[in-house]
Design a protein around this ligand. Structure first.
Ligand code: SAH
Ligand code: ZN
Ligand code: ZN
Ligand code: ZN
Ligand code: ZN
Length: 498
């Protein structure tokens, strides 16, 4: 399957994040501080900046909107606050924990779960759910696997809940334990959290703990406030306020911060900058526990994301390496492992740990490349010219002398375009591929050319602090044919350089 198809499967929407630093007085929607967006046209800001929801990329899920310098009347502010309050879940996390305690005391026959309301029911509530589909005889084993009871929230633009296949989840846990970690900050990885909790419950000598941070509040029915924080990873917002944030801080600071790894599997819909911003906040929180005040030690991280986001992630975390391991999902048709004739998953693990320590399963066809000092897919051949195992998608890539790099096996060198491309590509046309530069190997949200504004906001350095502290995003309009042509030209120049 062509990588492009897989990329197309990830709906990248209309927005691209340029930088992530929520403005301090950012207005709030029910999902915490909104992010500042700006339209970019031909590398320049165009039009007024505006605030929109950080978490919901679909207006249907949250339609918050405010111009950057818009004066909002007191009456509207009050109404907004009231709306934000009323949009919060009707039961608090505390209340849900109390309900759980009562629930587990019930005999099996009285343990019901309403599938429509996605809620554990206490006997007094049955009546209200009489017309609903209800699961009965909920066992303790089921309660320990909430990700199996709750239906995955698959709406692509907001939750994009794609659950790990058991094989991948077990692989991650084995890797974590073999590397000697004892605490896992599970950010948007409910199934990994669940597996860790089950192991801790079933095996005495298993000493790994997990704290789940996720925006899916349904999980508060199954986990205590010590195990789960309702959290928005696009603006580092703890819905449970200071108390919840303190739970996270304490978790990171145990054993002086030793033994912690953060594992995250965010929705793929873009906003890499916003994610990076939040992760840096979590890293900073962890770092407070380090002995030397200004320790530059990095908190170990596994960031699970599609391979075509590699350049974007590296921009914010230059120390990261992409592993060849293909992460598989249960409920995603496209993201299954290739070995059994199924489609190959484009999802990888990005990490700041030394690649040589990440042992990939030989029985699944990975092998150790002694030259690269890392495990690679079986078909990923070491290219002598590039001096690296160059395949990104698991297939064997081929070195092109003219392009001076390895390219996908399905590509041939095109003299008109001056780089390699699919045999049947339309020359000088960008109907396919990236809308910004015309490149065929990526979409606009991962475009390496889309950097005019981004450069000024690179994640390190003082330059950034000097800039206003606001989060900048951009929405990209589909360019006109003329603009697209220009972008093709830029694409050519770039491809030559590589
Ligand atoms: N593969 C993982 C699930 C990844 S799906 C597993 O099996 O454990 C993405 C996860 O991120 C979902 O659990 C979803 O609820 C969560 N999520 C989506 N948007 C989020 C946000 N803005 N903040 C925090 N978590 C979010
Ligand atoms: Zn919102
Ligand atoms: Zn090569
Ligand atoms: Zn070529
Ligand atoms: Zn061509």
């Amino acid at each position: 399957m062509a990588a492009r198809d897989m990329e197309a499967a990830v709906d990248l929407g209309e927005t691209v994040a340029l930088s992530a630093e929520p403005g301090f007085p950012a207005p709030c929607c029910p999902h915490g501080p909104a992010l500042l967006f700006v339209k970019i046209s031909q590398g320049k800001e165009e039009g007024r900046r505006f605030y929109a929801c950080s978490a919901c990329r679909d207006r249907k899920d949250c339609n918050f909107f405010q111009w950057e310098n818009e004066k909002v009347s007191d009456a509207r502010l009050a109404a907004r606050e009231e709306f934000n309050r009323s949009s919060q879940p009707s039961l608090s996390h505390r209340q849900n924990v109390e309900r759980y305690k009562k629930f587990v005391l019930l005999p099996l026959s009285k343990r019901k779960f309403c599938q429509e309301c996605q809620q554990l029911l206490l006997p007094a509530e049955w009546e209200n759910h009489s017309g609903h589909e209800v699961l009965t005889d909920i066992t303790n084993a089921q309660l320990k696997r909430p990700s199996q009871i709750l239906y995955p929230l698959e709406n692509k633009k907001t939750n994009a809940q794609y659950l790990f296949a058991d094989r991948s989840c077990q692989f991650l846990l084995d890797l974590i334990t073999e590397l000697g970690f004892r605490r896992v900050l599970s950010v948007g990885t409910p199934r990994l959290h669940e597996l860790i909790q089950i192991n801790g419950f079933e095996e005495q000598q298993f000493n790994v703990k997990s704290l789940l941070l996720d925006i899916d509040f349904r999980y508060s029915q199954f986990y205590t406030e010590e195990d789960f924080c309702h959290y928005n990873m696009f603006n580092h917002y703890f819905f449970g306020g200071e108390v919840a944030q303190e739970v996270c801080r304490k978790f990171l600071h145990e054993e002086k911060g030793e033994g912690v790894i953060m594992v995250t599997d965010p929705p793929f819909g873009g906003l890499v900058e916003a994610l990076a911003f939040s992760f840096k906040k979590l890293i900073a929180m962890w770092r407070e526990a380090q002995e030397e005040a200004h320790s530059s030690k990095e908190m170990p991280i596994f960031w699970i994301f599609p391979y075509f986001f590699e350049s974007r992630i590296l921009e914010f975390f230059p120390s990261f390496t992409m592993m060849d391991y293909q992460v598989d999902y249960d409920n995603h048709m496209l993201y299954k492992h290739g070995k059994t004739g199924r489609k190959q998953s484009p999802v990888r693990i990005f990490t700041n740990l030394s690649p040589s320590t990440i042992v990939l399963p030989i029985e699944e066809g990975y092998r150790f490349c002694s030259l690269c000092q890392r495990y690679v897919s079986s078909e990923n051949q070491h290219c002598k010219t590039c001096n690296s195992c160059t395949s990104k998608d698991g297939r064997q890539w081929r070195h092109c002398v003219l392009c001076q790099k390895c390219v996908k096996p399905s590509w041939v060198h095109c003299n008109a375009c001056n780089h390699c491309a699919l045999q049947d590509h339309a020359c000088e046309s960008v109907q396919i591929g990236c809308f910004i530069c015309g490149g065929a190997d990526h979409k606009r949200s991962t475009c390496p050319h889309f950097s005019v504004t981004r450069r000024a906001y690179q994640a390190d350095g003082k330059q950034r602090q000097m800039k206003n502290k606001k989060l900048k995003m951009s929405t990209i309009k589909k360019p006109s044919v003329k603009q697209r042509k220009m972008r093709v030209l830029k694409g050519k120049i770039k491809n030559k350089k590589e």
